[in-house]
Design a protein around this ligand. Structure first.
Ligand SMILES: [Zn+2]
Ligand SMILES: [Zn+2]
Ligand SMILES: [Zn+2]
Length: 291
């Protein structure tokens, strides 16, 4: 089964341009140099799945015209990947759905701390409605929740009410998590059929490569030419692209330390030719769709 992935954000934790920076990349007029925080929208098996909901979540949903999500998968707990989760309130209200969040236990611990109001037994009316599903390194199934809708009760909050009439059949897809390391922090990447989305890793164990065979597309994160404590350097990302051997590799979580888009493409073409990489490697940009 084929997936389609739209890059909603391809920037590092501060985004590009960076507030106050006057470098050539931050001043670039090329739209491809304007990067929201990293996030991707995946259409797979008839479902709409978001990977990560950082501080630009609201703008990203508006720009992509998204009014419904079947699931949000979280790669890890950093704010540039979770800072927009309060804004699912619009989907709760308009779409009448709680948001189904899939994450690992340490990520849930952080959400409980940083969004304590979303977990209170009696919530402030209008607090976000989340259903959190715990996942680990094992393949998991995402199911669309068709059985109920949210009903807003003024001054009280949401009630879950069964759908009236025949309930549409739930859709479901299996997703394969990829275990990686972000410095010392465990993070997950995700494989959706022919596309794998990997971000915020500085290390991927060899035993994960089996899960990445036969891909059309893979995304890999890099923030710098130089070694970094929690992200792949460009050289590390290129080496890994060669080992994974997807037809196309897309670089994401990019910072302003790389050249402007067109120049970076030329540079990567030269590097890939020198290295004899079988995969074409290009920088992703916000709005790019791959399938
Ligand atoms: Zn990040
Ligand atoms: Zn800059
Ligand atoms: Zn991170």
């Amino acid at each position: 089964m084929k997936a389609q992935l739209t890059f909603l954000g391809t920037g590092t934790s501060q985004g590009v341009p960076i507030i106050g920076c006057t470098c050539a990349v931050c001043r670039s007029r090329d739209e491809r140099d304007k990067r929201f925080r990293s996030s991707a929208l995946v259409r797979y098996g008839g479902m709409t799945i978001l990977v990560d909901a950082g501080p630009d979540f609201r703008s990203q949903m508006l720009r992509a015209g998204v009014g419904h999500l079947d699931a949000i998968l979280l790669t890890h707990n950093h704010k540039d990947h979770t800072g927009g989760l309060d804004d699912v309130r619009s989907l709760n209200y308009i779409d009448r759905k709680a948001v189904e969040i899939y994450c690992e236990a340490p990520v849930l611990d952080t959400l409980r701390r940083e969004y304590a109001y979303a977990f209170e037994r009696v919530k402030y009316p209008g607090a976000p409605e989340w259903n959190v599903h715990l996942i680990d390194e094992k393949p998991f199934t995402v199911r669309s929740n068709e059985g109920y809708v949210l009903e807003w009760v003024h001054d009280v909050g949401y009630r879950y009410v069964p759908v009236e009439g025949p309930v549409p059949e739930s859709k479901s897809v299996e997703i394969i998590p990829i275990r990686g390391w972000h410095g010392t922090m465990p993070v997950l990447g995700f494989r959706f059929g022919n596309i794998a989305y990997i971000t915020d890793m500085s290390r991927l164990e060899d035993d994960q490569l089996d899960k990445l065979k036969g891909l059309d597309h893979v995304t890999l994160n890099t923030v710098s030419y130089h070694p970094h404590h929690s992200h792949f350097s460009l050289d590390e990302a290129l080496a890994l692209a060669g080992r994974i051997g997807a037809r196309h590799t897309w670089l994401t979580h990019l910072s302003h330390t790389f050249p402007v888009y067109a120049q970076f493409c030329d540079e990567l073409a030269t590097r890939c030719a020198q290295l004899g990489l079988g995969s074409t490697v290009l920088p992703a940009y916000d709005g790019l769709v791959i399938a």
